[in-house]
Design a protein around this ligand. Structure first.
Ligand code: ZN
Length: 346
């Protein structure tokens, strides 16, 4: 039996939940996809399939009280006390959030919060990370991308090798400290080069692709009007706001909010940092742009009275394990992480 399984069977998670019953868990995923056999291509970035997602939601429902955005805010502000509350969020604005994940959630009366990138609505264009993911898998001989003096070589036909190199490339590019426009330009140029070399482009199939298709304004409006979802902003262009100049940053924050309010007819009060990147100035600007709460991807749970502009979240795992879901949702894994950090700092 695994350590996580042993902890579950000896009641560790139940004890942690009892001890931390005032902590809000915020779950996050990008998308939920049909079974692999029904996908026209397999993204290197692993996704949660609908069956795994449904089983995970069942496990969480046994131990937590689901809340929507309003409930989460009231809990964190100390206006209402839920017991082991949990909120479901999705990042980026994929159509599968509504087509595939929402029916699973609605069946249990769960109202998720979708963070939408307004410049990508209605399949205006694929996200650069999906565009690159798709086209790199179309090569028929090794292809090398150079950044500074580093070389990243992708080999055709070996998905695990490609996924590893893709991760190294993204990591290296992120650490370079580029302004986000430079970062986007670099990857857009690489995509263009690959698309002309392979003659393939994700944009051609995006509208029918269960993974990369994005929601339309009309779909969002319908779901908001039947009270099935809440909608928050994820900027216009999926920009890491801490890597933008002050004018661009405020435009991304204010304009995306205005567009979403126009679409849904409701106030847009929540924001999610693209790539989870934030700094102190970002939190100040998000508040100034009119948002009441902002979500990061820093791991862990949230207690009442916490800073509302740096809300922690937990990723939904891509494979099903009851013990792992319980460990994540009660915060046991983030406690372990914090303990390891503490050990390495003493
Ligand atoms: Zn994102």
């Amino acid at each position: 039996m695994s350590l996580l399984g042993l902890m579950k069977n000896t009641g560790c998670y139940a004890a942690i939940r009892a001890f931390r019953q005032d902590a809000l868990t915020v779950l996050t995923a990008h998308g939920v996809v049909p079974p692999a056999s029904q996908l026209p291509w397999q993204p290197l970035r692993e996704q949660v399939d609908v069956e795994t997602f449904a089983r995970q939601i069942d496990v969480i429902s046994q131990h937590h009280e689901w809340v929507d955005l309003d409930g989460a805010l009231r809990h964190l502000r100390g206006e209402h006390r839920y017991r082991n509350p949990v909120l479901m969020t999705f990042d980026d604005g994929y159509r599968n959030n509504l087509d595939i994940a929402l029916p699973v959630l609605e069946a249990q009366g769960i109202k998720p919060l979708l963070f939408v990138t307004t410049g990508y609505l209605n399949n205006a264009r694929p996200f650069w990370f999906d565009r690159f993911d798709y086209v790199i898998q179309q090569i028929d001989r090794p292809w090398t991308l150079r950044v500074d003096t580093r070389e990243f070589t992708f080999r055709p036909g070996v998905a695990s090798q490609m996924a590893r190199v893709y991760q190294q490339l993204r990591g290296y590019a992120k650490r370079k400290g580029w302004e986000d426009h430079e970062f986007h330009d670099f990857f857009s140029d690489a995509c263009r080069e690959l698309e002309s070399y392979t003659g393939k482009s994700l944009a051609v199939i995006q509208a029918d692709d269960p993974w990369s298709a994005t929601v339309s304004g009309e779909q969002l409006r319908d779901a908001v009007h039947r009270n099935a979802i809440d909608v928050g902003s994820h900027t216009i262009d999926h920009m890491r706001i801490d890597k933008l100049n002050p004018q661009d940053r405020m435009r991304q924050l204010v304009e995306s909010r205005r567009i979403l309010e126009e679409i849904t007819g409701k106030p847009c009060i929540s924001f999610c940092y693209p790539n989870g990147d934030w700094d102190h100035q970002s939190t100040v600007d998000v508040a100034q742009a009119g948002y009441q709460i902002a979500f990061s991807v820093d791991g862990g749970l949230n207690r009442p009275g916490t800073n509302l502009y740096t809300i922690r979240r937990v990723f939904v795992p891509t494979r099903f394990s009851e013990a792992q879901v319980e460990a994540l949702s009660c915060g046991a894994l983030s406690l372990k992480e914090n303990f390891n950090n503490w050990l390495s700092s003493v």
